[in-house]
Design a protein around this ligand. Structure first.
Ligand SMILES: [Zn+2]
Length: 90
């Protein structure tokens, strides 16, 4: 499973680990990053809204990521059910 770190935290960690230290090697830098705590992130899921006609004859929005029907009154850029980002084209 991939792990992620924050850019600012990594830069700060490297500067604190070896501020202008002579002989600080790439291996030292790799070790510095290796032992950082992973950031709390989740992979971004991508989907789009699909208009379907329900059994009631009305239009409903369905998320292509989780297939959950949403009766939304506005346009949402994220699915409130699965959290997918609604940026898929076509
Ligand atoms: Zn969804």
């Amino acid at each position: 499973m991939p792990e992620y770190i924050e850019r600012e935290a990594a830069m700060k960690e490297l500067m604190n680990d070896a501020p202008e230290q002579v002989g600080y090697s790439r291996e030292d830098a790799v070790d510095c990053i290796r032992y950082m705590d992973a950031a709390d992130v989740a992979p971004v899921r991508h989907a789009k809204w699909e208009v379907v006609i329900g059994s009631d004859g009305k239009e409903h929005m369905v998320c292509t990521g989780c297939r959950k029907q949403q009766d939304l009154t506005g346009v949402f850029s994220y699915c409130p059910n699965c959290g997918a980002k609604m940026d898929l084209e076509g």
